[in-house]
Design a protein. Structure first.
Length: 204
């Protein structure tokens, strides 16, 4: 039987800001998303990361927070308690946005992050806790650190931006504003996907 062809993937860069290390006891206080590009087989097409974006600031879900974590985003917790979006509404809007841009691209959505482990933990928890459904499924995420480590043939702990070739990095600043960082990392994602590393040095 011939192998079933895989559907194209639409990579969506997501960055989250949180007031603590794990969801539940702590809150996701903002998140941003930007379409990075589309992969169809071996072909990858980068998108303009500013064309399709999503951003929300959220009302905290608990009284617990880590001041140092909250300070990273620069967001005011008291303002978020008054004005932040209700998580259930924000996640419903996000699901609809992901499905719209994916349908337009004719592709399955894949979340990508740097590192995905932190952002995916919060994003997936919120999607399931507030609505019970993830447009990415339970495993539709790609870690850019792992992608770089694999292509560059380096240990994962060495897959840091400071050691990457400068041409892979976005020229945009990393501001810790979730949408800014999602757009920046969408460019990194496309650069990684299109990158052909130099041949490994001959050790003989």
């Amino acid at each position: 039987m011939p192998a079933r062809s895989a559907r194209p993937s639409l990579y969506i860069s997501v960055d989250i800001e949180a007031d603590g290390p794990i969801p539940g006891p702590y809150s996701m206080i903002s998140f941003g998303a930007a379409v990075a590009g589309r992969q169809d087989g071996a072909s990858y097409t980068a998108a303009d990361p500013e064309r399709h974006t999503f951003y929300r600031e959220l009302r905290p879900i608990s009284d617990q927070y880590v001041p140092e974590a909250l300070a990273v985003s620069g967001l005011d917790r008291d303002r978020l308690l008054r004005e932040g979006a209700e998580p259930a509404s924000a996640m419903a809007e996000f699901r609809a946005w992901v499905r719209e841009v994916s349908a337009e691209a004719g592709a399955q959505p894949v979340m990508c992050g740097y590192p995905a482990s932190f952002d995916w933990t919060f994003l997936y928890w919120y999607l399931i806790r507030f609505g019970g459904d993830s447009p990415f499924g339970h495993s539709g995420c790609l870690d850019m650190k792992t992608l770089y480590a694999t292509k560059a043939r380096v240990p994962l702990r060495a897959a840091v931006k400071g050691r990457m070739p400068r041409g892979l990095l976005s020229a945009r600043p990393h501001t810790h504003h979730a949408l800014d960082d999602a757009v920046e990392q969408a460019e990194l994602m496309s650069n990684l996907m299109l990158w052909t590393p130099p041949p490994a040095a001959d050790a003989s």
